[in-house]
Design a protein around this ligand. Structure first.
Ligand code: SF4
Length: 255
């Protein structure tokens, strides 16, 4: 049985978490998805705000930290979905840009009986390390060879951050998916081979390559210049380095 002091402590803790969750900045909620956490029926929460500016980003409407969806409405939604959904995916934007509220959200989601998943580009590896114990699965974006990251993200230190985030994920042993969006103006064939070789050297066995999608991209010039990039010769070179790599024509089958 809790004494008065213990009870007050519990109440204070719950109030503190409620205050943190009230400050979470969410830009959207998708009530049902089968692709965002492979093998699971999930709801997806989209965090608003991202410190990077990837030219191909298809969520550019989430770059700024607006709060369009309240945590109270998420809570009410999840209460109605108990037994109907397996998991909740927190995506973005970039969830690590508000890791404190996201940690509280993950804890609350687990307490509500759902598995937890995170989509991230690894912008803040130390914050990611703190979230990993609260997660069942991570989808980590790999954007380029680590020394070429800035050309894609517009952020000078992004390659070092992403490399450290990958280390955290691999060391933790958490179930994960690594994926790369390919636009041939941002990633050349040589970049792709270098990236896959680098990842194999770090022990990565499987990477999913995805085609750029123009929908949501804020860079009209980049969107207009997209063209097919995967030749049979390049596919052979990539598979020679990483036999389990998933190329765009296999992505549906992979999910
Ligand atoms: S890290 Fe993700 S959300 Fe941020 S700009 Fe890049 S693609 Fe968009």
């Amino acid at each position: 049985m809790l004494g008065n002091g213990d009870s007050e402590g519990v109440q204070a803790g719950l109030q503190a978490r409620a205050d943190v969750l009230a400050a979470i900045r969410l830009g959207g909620l998708v009530p049902w998805s089968t692709v965002d956490y492979p093998g699971h029926q999930s709801a997806v929460l989209f965090c608003a705000g991202c410190p990077w500016r990837c030219a191909y980003c298809h969520n550019s409407h989430l770059w700024l930290p607006r709060a369009d969806v309240s945590w109270a409405s998420v809570q009410a939604f999840l209460a109605r979905r108990r037994g109907l959904l397996d998991a909740v995916v927190i995506s973005g934007g970039e969830p690590l840009a508000q890791a404190g509220p996201v940690a509280s959200a993950l804890a609350a989601i687990r307490e509500a009986g759902f598995k937890t998943a995170l989509h991230t580009a690894g912008v803040a590896p130390h914050r990611l390390a703190k979230l990993l114990p609260l997660l069942d699965w991570v989808g980590l974006d790999i954007k380029a060879p680590f020394d070429r990251y800035a050309a894609v993200t517009g952020s000078r230190r992004s390659g070092a951050a992403a490399r450290a985030a990958l280390d955290e994920v691999l060391t933790s042993g958490i179930a994960c998916e690594l994926r790369t969006t390919v636009h041939p103006d941002l990633l050349s064939e040589a970049d792709l081979v270098a990236m896959v070789t680098e990842l194999r050297g770090l022990g990565v066995e499987r990477l999913i390559l995805k085609d750029f999608r123009a929908q949501g991209c804020a860079d009209a010039v980049l969107a207009a210049s997209y063209r097919p990039w995967l030749s049979a010769a390049l596919a052979g070179r990539l598979r020679a380095v990483m036999p389990a790599i998933v190329l765009p024509d296999q992505v549906g089958a992979a999910a």
